[in-house]
Write a protein that binds this ligand. Structure first.
Ligand code: ADP
Ligand code: MG
Length: 302
């Protein structure tokens, strides 16, 4: 598959009063495949928005290079094929959803009202035709943003924190819309620190911290290797001293012990070993690795 986004050592340096020159994005090597939902994750201030702005050629990279849909950064032709919903979209408060679409459509030379009606329906705002933006909830504002982003039928969408500050129902609506974009063959680049959201929809992710990519890959691969908790009744921790468990923790409970071991461990051997010592297996609970664990592990490392 072709790359939708590719960057090589992409760097943005800003001058800060306190720290002098700072690489807020530092030698970024991103790879986003066409047709995937890519999660660009990192804590506040990690450099997500700055990266998106460079990919959109809104700001210029200090160093490095990048390609969006095969076009080098700075080539504005690509804007016909992409779209962007910023972190805090600002719309004229007195406009209705349709007026917003007409206004942004005019910037693209699009005046197809039937298409706009269809987009309002797609984002479930067709019943709110008379409402102005000032009467829109946050979720509705995000949805009109997504409708606006679809006006030019983009191959690639950049969504900066699309679910920030939304309630669970609004979350789900946005999530379903993003999934429908992938079904339509579009590539979606989402920046977010809302991990549960990303976990549910992204194919691949990169975790950025202090401007540096700490992890990048398929979500399924990054989350491989969970843990298993085995609770055993009727034995003491000391008895287990001769059992070899790599990277395992043994916790003493009131009347037994709890093993916390990597999922790849030889669980059979642990069970046999504890039984041989008179222990009674009470429960075996697999604990899948969560994106949150990986995220915290990654951003707190060093
Ligand atoms: P994120 O979107 O991940 O929260 P940003 O990309 O907005 O992070 O910001 C990354 C860092 O760059 C922050 O420390 C921010 O203060 C700094 N920064 C962003 N824009 C500017 C700017 N125009 N001038 C100086 N520093 C900036
Ligand atoms: Mg941001």
């Amino acid at each position: 598959m072709a790359a939708a986004i590719e960057t090589k050592n992409l760097t943005k340096t800003y001058k800060s009063k306190a720290h002098g020159l700072v690489n807020v994005v530092d030698k970024l090597n991103l790879h986003v495949e066409e047709g995937e939902i890519f999660g660009f994750l990192g804590p506040n201030g990690a450099g997500k928005t700055t990266t998106i702005k460079m990919l959109l050629s809104i700001i210029e990279a200090t160093e490095g290079e990048g390609y969006v849909l095969g076009k080098e950064l700075g080539d504005f032709d690509v804007h016909k094929l992409i779209s962007y919903v910023p972190e805090r979209p600002y719309y004229y408060e007195y406009m209705t959803g349709m007026e917003i679409l007409k206004f942004y459509g005019s910037l693209f030379g699009i005046s197809d009202v039937a298409k706009m009606e269809g987009l309002l329906e797609k984002v479930n705002l067709h019943r709110d035709k008379t409402k102005t933006i000032s009467q829109f909830s946050k979720g509705m504002q995000q949805r009109i943003g997504l409708a606006q982003a679809l006006l030019n039928d983009p191959k690639l969408l950049f969504l900066d924190e699309p679910t920030g500050g939304l309630d669970p129902i609004a979350h789900r609506e946005i999530r379903d819309l993003i999934l429908s974009f992938r079904d339509e063959g579009r590539t979606v680049f989402i920046s977010s620190h809302e991990l549960s959201e990303v976990e549910l929809i992204c194919d691949r992710v990169a975790i950025i911290n202090h401007g540096v990519i700490a992890r990048q890959g398929k979500l399924t691969e990054l989350l491989a290797g969970g843990r298993v908790e085995i609770t055993v009744e009727g034995m003491k921790k000391e008895i287990l001293s001769d059992m070899k468990i790599n990277d395992g923790n043994v916790l003493e409970l009131g009347n037994g012990v709890l093993f916390d071991v990597p999922a790849e461990s030889d669980i059979d051997a642990i069970i046999d070993g504890t039984r041989a010592k008179g222990g009674k297996i009470q429960s075996i609970v697999p604990r899948k690795k969560r994106l949150e664990d990986l995220f915290v592990e990654t951003v707190t490392a060093k």
